[in-house]
Design a protein around this ligand. Structure first.
Ligand SMILES: [Fe+2]
Length: 187
C-alpha cells in the first residue's frame, strides 16, 4: 500500500468521526474537503460501471456508500457531454470533488422571501469551472447548477451529510420561478 492510498473504508471511517465530533457545517466542509481530495486521488474505488449515465436524466448516479439512516452518502456522478442539472439545492451539506474532466458550476442566491413553497427567485452569484481534484463545497441551502460542456463524460465524487433523495431538496425553474422536489435516479 502506498503512502498516498486512501480507501473508501478509510474515507467512511473519517467521515463518521467528523460527524460524531461536530454539527458545525463550516467545520465539516473544512475537514471533509481535503479528505475528499485524497479519496479522488486514490482512484482504487473507480470501476468501469461508474462511467455509465442515464440518457434521460443526463447523468448517472452511482452509490459508493450510505449509512443505514441515509446519512453520509458518497455518490459518483457521471455527466454526459452537453448535459447537466437544473439549479438545485441539496437539503444538507455537500462536498464535490472532481475526478475526470471539467464541470461548469453556476452558483445562485435565492432573492425572494421564501414565503411560498412552490416559488423561488434566483440570481447568479458566480460561475466557475471545477477541474480534476478541485472542490465545490456548499452548506445546506447552497444552490448551484452543474453542466458538462466538454465532449467527454466527466466524473465527480459527491459527499453529502445525507443522501439527497432523503432530504426533501429542491430544483428550480429559472423561467417560471417554480420550485419542485428533486429526486435523482440511482443506477
Ligand atoms: Fe448539486
Amino acid at each position: 500500500m502506498s503512502a498516498a492510498s486512501y480507501s473508501l473504508e478509510q474515507y467512511v471511517a473519517d467521515l463518521r468521526e467528523i460527524a460524531a465530533e461536530t454539527v458545525d457545517e463550516d467545520e465539516i466542509l473544512r475537514r471533509v474537503g481535503p479528505l475528499a481530495q485524497r479519496f479522488v486521488a486514490d482512484r482504487s474505488w473507480l470501476q468501469p460501471k461508474h462511467y455509465e449515465a442515464d440518457t434521460e436524466q443526463g447523468f448517472g448516479v452511482h452509490l459508493l456508500h450510505e449509512e443505514p439512516d441515509h446519512s453520509l452518502a458518497i455518490l459518483v456522478l457521471s455527466w454526459l457531454p452537453g448535459r447537466g442539472t437544473p439549479p438545485h439545492d441539496h437539503g444538507t451539506w455537500a462536498v464535490v470533488a472532481g475526478v475526470e474532466g471539467v464541470e461548469r458550476n453556476v452558483r445562485y442566491n435565492r432573492v425572494d422571501d421564501g414565503s411560498r413553497d412552490d416559488y423561488a427567485e434566483l440570481e447568479v452569484k458566480h460561475e466557475f469551472d471545477a477541474h480534476e481534484g478541485e472542490l465545490v463545497c456548499m452548506r445546506t441551502g447552497g444552490i448551484h447548477k452543474v453542466t458538462n460542456e466538454t465532449d467527454n463524460i466527466t466524473l465527480s465524487v459527491h459527499t453529502y451529510g445525507r443522501h439527497v433523495n432523503y432530504t426533501n431538496r429542491s430544483q428550480f425553474d429559472l423561467d417560471s420561478n417554480q420550485r419542485k422536489s428533486f429526486i435523482v435516479r440511482v443506477e
